[in-house]
Design a protein around this ligand. Sequence first.
Ligand SMILES: Cc1cc2nc3c(=O)[nH]c(=O)nc-3n(C[C@H](O)[C@H](O)[C@H](O)COP(=O)(O)O)c2cc1C
Length: 184
Amino acid sequence: MKKKNFPLSEVYRLLEPGPVVLLTTIRAGRANVIPMSWHLMMEFTPPLVGCVVSNGNYSFASLKKSRECVINIPTVELAKTVVACGNTSGQSVDKFKKFGLTPVVAACVKAPLIAECYASLECKVVDMKLVTKYNFFVLEVVQAWIDPTQNKPRTIHHQGEGEFMLPGRIFRLRSPKTALGGKL
Ligand SMILES: Cc1cc2nc3c(=O)[nH]c(=O)nc-3n(C[C@H](O)[C@H](O)[C@H](O)COP(=O)(O)O)c2cc1C
């Protein structure tokens, strides 16, 4: 499946509902991948994303050193793979090989996109002031890709303790006034 270019100004729409993502990094020429649910949008354009990558994870040093990564957004079809990637460490396992994920060369960073994910955001680390204290990295999305064939991607949302939620009904509200008066 070939992804098409996605506007940077729309990137917030992919992340705001907080789906579990697969973060890829690269270290000594080998790519690694972890599920991550502790992330948030911080700015529309350029899109800034804050995230916590624990310093106990192999990915932490990779991200700190390379200052690059890709945020890949999986759908429910990949749920078991997502959990499997969270239960193993890149220190001892090549997760791409072990879990059958396909790396795709990125345009602006060395870490790969994941072909099986419906969207991929190439990111550069732009602020590490809170890394020592909180393991908190600020990323700028420099290139975004999306699969144009998926118009209602079923992303997964972590509830903790191995429990996940699927997105529910989509509704549209024109203004805050309508929101107060309208029935949901
Ligand atoms: C659903 C889910 C969400 C997770 N979210 C995060 C996260 O936001 N930050 C983090 O550091 N680890 C998170 N983890 C844990 C890492 O993915 C896990 O520790 C992983 O095995 C680290 O791999 P590594 O040693 O190859 O870096 C999450 C795991 C799961 C299953």
